[in-house]
Design a protein around this ligand. Sequence first.
Ligand SMILES: C[S@@+](CC[C@H](N)C(=O)[O-])C[C@H]1O[C@@H](n2cnc3c(N)ncnc32)[C@H](O)[C@@H]1O
Length: 211
Amino acid sequence: MGDDEDMTTMSSEAWDARYAASSNVWSITPNEFVVEFLSEMPAGRVIDLAGGEGRNALWLAARGWQAEVADFSQVALDKFLSRAAEEGLADKCFATLADATHPTAYKLAPADLGLIAYLQIDAAGLSNAIVSLTEALAPGATLFGVWHERENLTRGFGGPQVPEMLPTKDELAAACERAGLRIRTLEIRERHFETDGVARVGIDVVLAATR
Ligand SMILES: C[S@@+](CC[C@H](N)C(=O)[O-])C[C@H]1O[C@@H](n2cnc3c(N)ncnc32)[C@H](O)[C@@H]1O
């Protein structure tokens, strides 16, 4: 996400404190791969798992989607709902306090789109999250995800600095197989951005799959 802090092993309380400490922890614009892959999708119902302050969900809601952000940080969810109200999107936006790694009764299930952006947790937890989100999707729906990939440790900037929190393509493929997802795209992509006027590159992995 172009962020240089280590977000490993953070509890919901630690995330709450982080979200409370600044007005926008992440950029307010959607992730560039979300825009690239999802711009053409017809509006429907999206569940943004670990959606934080909701930058991606708000972008989709502005395009006509009904958007649910699920996150284990109540502070992040409150910020998402405040911004939805400010932008006149309150009737399209829903929030669910949930641990992504546990089965959850999502409000917008069955959804047309499941979204996961930078949920950097260990492979077992991420596999559980992908299974849980897939169960909330309609047959034929899309699951789209983007993460800092393991190569980011050696040739990328920012993100967690321990390999276990940086999924590989193989780990994501195994999670998709367990969830019953058919992979359409699973590729490593570079993301170019600036921090403090310095050009940086992030190494991400992007997934698009069909339930
Ligand atoms: C790096 S932020 C990404 C936020 C958002 N997806 C985005 O791209 O702007 C990671 C988010 O994951 C959430 N998170 C981390 N572990 C979680 C878990 N086990 N269950 C639910 N949310 C979690 C954090 O609260 C945080 O909002």
